[in-house]
Each structure stands twice: as C-alpha cells, then as structure tokens.
Design a protein. Structure first.
Length: 333
C-alpha cells in the first residue's frame, strides 16, 4: 500500500495506542535532560528531542513490552534510555558529518558549536546509563551497553570504509548493523526481557528489530538518491556530495566499467566533484539498476522483520509492528 492510500500510518497508530506510556516517556526525558549547572544541556537537547521526530525507537520498546504483557514501569525508563542513546548519537553524527540540517531544521552544532554538541551528547549517554541501571536488570544493562558500543564501532568503521571503493556489501551491512540496527534490536529485545518472556520470543523480538533497522537504513540510503527533500529533510544527493559509499553506489561500483570506476574514484575517494557529477552518478546507478536492486534488498529485510514478528502471539500491537515493517519500505514504491 502506498503512503497516499494509508489513512493512518502504522507509527501514528502505535503512538495513539501507546499515548499514555509515551507521555510518561516524554515527561521522564524532560526531567532527566534538565541540568542545574549547565543550562545549555537542556537547550541543545530540547532542540533535537522536541524537533518532531517519530520517537520510533522508544515506541518499539513500549510496544514490545506491551505485546509481551508487561505491566510494570520500567518500559518507560528503557524507552527514555533508547531515545537518549539515539539523540546522543545524532549530536555526535552531525559533528562528524559536519551536517547543517537535521529533520529539516539547523543542526545543534550549527546553532551552538561542535564542542556543545559533543559534550551534551556525552551527558545524554551518561543519563541513559543511569536510567537503565534503575531497572536493576543486568541483562538489560548488557543489551543496551553492548548496543551503545556497537553504534560507536559502526560509526568508526564507516569513517574508514565510507570513501573506500573496496567497501563491499558485507562491510556495508556491518556498518548498518552498527549505526542503525543495533539500537532497533536492543529497543525491541529489552521489551521482551523486562516482561520475563521466554528465549524464543526474545530472539524473535531481536530479529524483528535487527531486520527492521536494516530495512530502515537501506531505505534511507536509497531515498537520498530519489527522495523528496521536503519529506526527508535532506537534499537529494547529500550522501554523494558527502562522499558516502552507500548501498546503491556499492552495487554500481561492483559492476562498474573502467571508466565508471574512474568516475567513482575521482568523486568519492578523492572528493574531486564537479558540475554535473550528481547527474552522471544517477545515470550510472540507473544503468546498473542499482536503485531497483537496493529497493529489493530493503523489501527483503522488511519481509524478514515480518516473519520474525509472525512468531509472536496474536495481538493488536503485533499487527501494528508488522504494518510498520511494510511502512518503512512503502515510501520506496
């Protein structure tokens, strides 16, 4: 189903279903991003946290806890933890990428400075660990601290791999599992863990989050070449201009002629970009059907997410999460 036909988007339906819990998460986030001694911390954090993001990751924690019949309060703690980790990584990413726009607004590093963005990101990581410790679950701490380490590892791997034409699809997948899927899978897995679910369900929840995160990132990388700037908050071709070797280009490089390879080497590896290069890049991508093949990969990962969710019990939240997997790739059709 295309987005135009969708009267209610799955994440909006989830948000309505979880509205009371989400409000509790928002209240907790506001409380914990406060700082008596450094007013810049809530200023910078609020700029991102209240920028109109979908709250997708914390919703996944609330949804999976609900799906597994959890009736305590730690789902709120963990949802806030997930959002703090996500926000911290965005602050750091924008500094690393020298970005000027996020969700259609100026980035924090542009409005304040790089030092503020890095230090506020560090503060949010610390707050995230305080929140997860409050659950008293070593397993939860293990899952989320591993996710935080994996995210950082993925970002560092991307630094060296993003402009290296030897980067293949396996390395790309490793980067995506780090920078995006690790937090999705941790968000879904901890929902099952705090609910006391059996290992089979917890594994299915992990698999759902992992596949959903990969589908989400592949879709995002594809939209960079064919998306609507108003809808995505990014300009088409930003990844090319920033010399990021994402999946469409990796597929085109693998099939490149000598002339095409020389083009990618000049524009991506060496950064020598000229007038008309984005159009040439698009022509090469289309010649090798790289965008279509990337779309097929995103669809395949969305299907894996749906299969994993199919192993969980019948529940209205299960239906919403299955529809969410479809929605992540529906914007590609």
């Amino acid at each position: 189903m295309g987005l135009d036909q969708a009267s209610t988007k799955p994440h909006e339906e989830l948000a309505r279903h979880l509205s009371g819990r989400l409000e509790a998460v928002n209240t907790l986030i506001r409380e914990r991003m406060a700082s008596r001694h450094a007013p810049r911390i809530p200023e910078v954090t609020a700029h991102l946290v209240e920028a109109g993001g979908k709250r997708l990751r914390p919703m996944l924690t609330l949804a999976t806890a609900d799906l597994c019949g959890y009736d305590g309060d730690f789902d709120v703690n963990l949802a806030a933890t997930v959002e703090f980790i996500h926000t911290a990584t965005l602050l750091h990413d924008d500094v690393v990428d020298e970005s000027e726009q996020r969700r259609g607004r100026p980035t924090a590093n542009l409005l304040w400075d790089n030092k503020s963005s890095v230090l506020v990101g560090d503060y949010l990581f610390a707050r995230a660990f305080q929140l997860m410790v409050e659950t008293g679950s070593l397993r939860v701490l293990d899952i989320l601290s591993n996710a935080a380490a994996t995210i950082a590892e993925g970002e560092v791997l991307q630094l060296s791999a993003a402009r290296d034409l030897k980067t293949d699809e396996d390395i790309y997948l490793q980067i995506v599992r780090g920078k995006t899927a690790a937090l999705f899978s941790a968000a879904t897995e901890v929902g099952g863990v705090i609910s006391g679910s059996d290992e089979e369900r917890i594994t299915a929840l992990y698999d759902y989050g992992d596949a959903l995160g990969i589908a989400f990132q592949i879709a995002d990388d594809l939209l960079d070449y064919q998306g609507d700037a108003k809808a995505t908050g990014k300009n088409v071709g930003d990844d090319f201009r920033e010399r990021k070797l994402t999946l469409p280009v990796i597929k085109a490089v693998a099939d490149a002629t000598d002339e095409e390879r020389a083009f990618w080497k000049r524009t991506i590896e060496k950064g020598d970009q000229r007038e008309g290069d984005l159009e040439e890049a698009m022509a090469i991508l289309n010649r090798h059907e790289a965008l279509e093949r990337t779309r097929d990969d995103a669809m395949a990962w969305a299907n894996r997410a749906k299969e994993a969710m199919g192993k969980l019990p019948e529940h209205e939240v299960r239906r919403m999460l299955i529809e969410l997997a479809d929605y992540v790739v529906a914007r590609l059709t």
